[in-house]
Design a protein around this ligand. Structure first.
Ligand SMILES: Cc1cc2nc3c(=O)[nH]c(=O)nc-3n(C[C@H](O)[C@H](O)[C@H](O)COP(=O)(O)OP(=O)(O)OC[C@H]3O[C@@H](n4cnc5c(N)ncnc54)[C@H](O)[C@@H]3O)c2cc1C
Length: 507
């Protein structure tokens, strides 16, 4: 979120900032999300660093990037608002105009970065993770952020983005062991990926679906022959999905009904429907939970890899959702799909066990994303109240506002510290299912509440369709449901206190 340096080719050098005289043609070149200038009252401002913080969403700035927006801007604000929210943004005046540099704002503008908003230094990451973070951030700024509105409109991220991410070591390849042609990076790198996606407001790029929810079925539970067959695809950035939920069953995974009937060739014929499947419309490989033996309950569930080109696999519906617009969520139907025995993941009848094994990591990944979203919400709100004029000063001078943000900061600090500890445990293979459930429950409940309370501080702006804070709130709402509803997490946590989940058979 740092302000851009304006030091690229053909741009004013730092020492000449503010005194530059610019033509309209020069300003017109700066019209992208990564390099955005606007003209107000013949003065030129570089608002690149503010594009993703504009309370009404980035598109409103980009619409005016490289142009004179004096009329549109002054209809809503006075010119000094620019420096209140985008400090150091003044570049110079238009050539031939009589404009002078703007007056310095009465209050020194404040700008918090979400990575510096907490009190305790995070010590979970090392230098190698921070270097990786910087390169992934650059990648997102170059290939994802500028296209993100398009991905949201289409409801899906372009396939090439996944390939490129895999090539650069940000998708799948990071977690594939080096002996299998991957980079074999530790899991903290996965967390860095998740955090950056949230911090740049691209949470619909559901990159942790592949990295943290599906890949481990291939790397941990598949045979050498299967790995040799599928890993080349994964290394090229195949879109992956996992299909557990069904229209009638979500939380109660032991009651699945998608049926895999044994066929004479040793494989199965699969019939059933899978509901809410993320990336279901575009996934090349989907790990599907099927009932291979209906007489055994949870012990009759097996995981089968279903390939998109298999006859009988179709996406029956793509759901329109409240948020996470860049990722598709589908109803998948499986009609007489012939799945060879070679596509069985691990052992037959151990599907439920595998899901329970892989879910804690998935839940922690959701928690990591939620804490990143909460930090971003807090930073956005703090920056906003420091700049927003009210009652003769700004919102941030009001004690009620300060105390609300102090409480939020404390809660976000506590959540971050707990989740960081879980990340460290996960990397030492010491993450327990109950700690992962605590992280998921706490972080997702907190991030939604934080986003809601921060949104309040934006007043009407927070309710605009594309406002960054509003998008965080809507996107965070679903995190309390997917990956296992938070009530299910509470059941797992309460088991450690000697309680048994209430079930009809036990009433
Ligand atoms: C955007 C999105 C993406 C998803 N992606 C995937 C995916 O890729 N793959 C996949 O398999 N699934 C996916 N899901 C499904 C998700 O995991 C389920 O929605 C979730 O597990 C809850 O199941 P359900 O919707 O059937 O709700 P139900 O099981 O019907 O539960 C409804 C509500 O009842 C309450 N409840 C449930 N159980 C308990 C309990 N034991 N105690 C107290 N209260 C309880 C909770 O409030 C819960 O939200 C996705 C869902 C969404 C919304």
């Amino acid at each position: 979120m740092a302000q851009s340096s304006f030091l690229g080719d053909g741009k004013p050098k730092r020492e000449s900032l503010g005194s530059a005289r610019l033509t309209r043609a020069e300003v017109a070149k700066h019209c992208t999300a990564g390099d955005c200038w606007v003209i107000v009252n013949d003065r030129v401002y570089d608002v690149t660093g503010f594009v993703d913080e504009h309370p009404a969403g980035r598109n409103i700035i980009l619409l005016h990037g490289g142009k004179d927006c004096t009329k549109e801007f002054l209809e809503v604000h006075s010119e000094d608002y620019i420096l209140a929210f985008a400090p150091n943004s003044f570049v110079g005046c238009l050539e031939g105009s009589s404009a002078l540099p703007p007056k310095k704002p009465a209050n020194v503008p404040v700008h918090f970065d979400s990575s510096k908003i907490l009190a305790l230094k995070r010590n979970v990451y090392g230098d190698e993770h921070e270097a990786y973070r910087a390169s992934f951030r650059t990648f997102l700024q170059k290939y994802v952020q500028p296209e993100y509105a398009k991905f949201e409109a289409k409801g899906v991220v372009d396939r090439e983005v996944y390939s490129k991410m895999a090539q650069e070591g940000f998708y799948l390849t990071l977690g594939i062991p080096s002996a299998c042609g991957g980079r074999g990076l530790d899991w903290k790198h996965n967390c860095v990926v998740v955090e950056e996606v949230e911090d740049l407001g691209c949470g619909g790029l559901f990159v942790n679906l592949g990295n943290d929810m599906v890949l481990s079925y291939f790397t941990e539970s598949c045979t050498d022959e299967q790995r040799a067959r599928w890993l080349p695809k994964l290394r090229r950035g195949a879109v992956l999905a996992v299909a557990m939920s069904e229209p009638e069953v979500g939380s109660d995974l032991g009651q699945l009904s998608c049926r895999a009937t044994p066929s004479p060739n040793g494989g199965w014929t699969v019939n059933g429907r899978k509901m809410w499947i993320s990336s279901g419309a575009v996934a090349e490989l989907t790990v599907v939970a099927c009932v291979t033996d209906p007489t055994k309950g949870a012990k009759g569930i097996s995981m089968l890899v279903i390939e998109s080109e298999m006859p009988g696999v179709s996406c029956a519906k793509r759901f329109g959702k409240l948020g996470k617009h860049a990722s598709d969520t589908c109803l998948i139907t499986l009609e007489d799909v012939h799945v060879p025995r070679e596509n069985l993941v691990g052992e037959e009848g151990k599907g439920f066990q595998y899901m329970m094994h892989h879910l804690p990591r998935e839940r922690l990944s959701i928690a990591v994303a939620s804490m990143a979203a909460a930090r971003r919400a807090l930073a956005l709100a703090v920056n906003y109240v420091h700049g927003r004029a009210a009652f003769g000063a700004n919102l941030g001078t009001l004690q009620g506002v300060q105390q609300e943000l102090a409480k939020i900061r404390t809660e976000v600090q506590v959540g971050t510290t707990f989740v960081d500890r879980c990340i460290a445990d996960a990397c030492h293979k010491q993450l327990s299912a109950e700690a992962a459930s605590m992280a998921k429950f706490f972080a997702t409940d907190l991030s939604f509440r934080v986003a809601d309370r921060c949104q309040q501080l934006f007043g009407g702006y927070g309710y605009l369709k594309n406002s960054p804070i509003g998008k965080i709130m809507v996107d965070q709402r679903v995190t309390r449901v997917y990956g296992g509803a938070n009530e299910v997490q509470l059941e797992i946590i309460s088991k450690g206190l000697g309680f048994k989940p209430q079930r009809a058979s036990r009433l």
